[in-house]
Design a protein. Structure first.
Length: 236
């Protein structure tokens, strides 16, 4: 487990330091959740990175850790590493490759697919710009895994700002829905994982955040609510 965590930290450090010559823009968000409502062992530290590269490449990742606040025994939970390539400057579609790294043995997998930037679609762009909404749907059509159960996934992501009210506020979230997995009868046919986060900047680049979480792979403990502090670093 230690070696896996070290690999992830090195990957994040490389993406951070790839820096001045290659990255027109980079952001790193650090979110710490001192308050967890129902599930005290849930994720309480998340590191999220975004980067834009030349030639229409972009990178997004997150790493989830638990035990930081609850008992000080930090444990890696899950990470997703995403690389996207814009097919054309005039087409709102990206080819997508996602590596999913999960705590435990034999849980890792890779997904390939296509991502649709709905907010960049000419027919919808004016409307989405007017309401300050970014919305993306990614179809992870091919799963590469050592397990016989492959499945496929549809991922929604949105982020909305409220400049008419305050430039300090945002609302964001994702919803992942997985199809064609062999699951016990107690599981939903197409289980979802979703997080909806509201943030308010209170000082410089620090935010208070609240987060509603649903994980239907966690039978009996599907719902949770978290409150925390987020620091957003952007470069340049």
């Amino acid at each position: 487990m230690i070696s896996r965590q070290m690999v992830l930290i090195v990957l994040l450090a490389v993406s951070t330091g790839a820096g001045a010559d290659d990255l027109p823009r980079f952001s790193l968000d650090t979110s710490l959740y001192p308050y967890l409502d129902r599930i005290k062992t849930d994720t309480d530290l998340t590191l999220t990175a975004n980067a834009r590269f030349p030639a229409r490449f972009s990178y997004f990742s997150y790493m989830n850790f638990g035990g930081v606040v609850s008992d000080g025994d930090v444990g890696f939970a899950r990470s997703e590493q995403n690389l996207r390539w814009g097919m054309s400057a005039n087409v709102p579609l990206d080819l997508s490759a996602q590596a999913v790294i999960v705590d435990g043995s034999g849980n890792d997998f890779t997904q390939l697919g296509v991502s649709w930037r709905v907010h960049d679609t000419p027919a919808f762009a004016t409307f989405f710009a007017r309401i300050n909404l970014i919305y993306r749907i990614t179809f992870h059509l091919k799963r590469l895994s050592s397990q016989s159960d492959k499945g496929w996934q549809m991922e929604h992501f949105f982020k909305m700002r409220f400049p008419g009210m305050s430039d300090r506020l945002y609302l964001s979230g994702f919803l992942d829905q997985t199809f064609d997995l062999s699951r016990p009868a107690a599981f939903p046919d197409s289980p979802i994982v979703t997080e909806i986060q509201a943030g308010a900047r209170f000082w410089k680049d620090f935010y208070v955040v609240t987060e509603y979480r649903v994980n239907q792979f966690r039978l009996g403990n599907e719902h949770n609510f978290a409150v925390g502090i987020e620091y957003k670093y952007t470069w340049p």
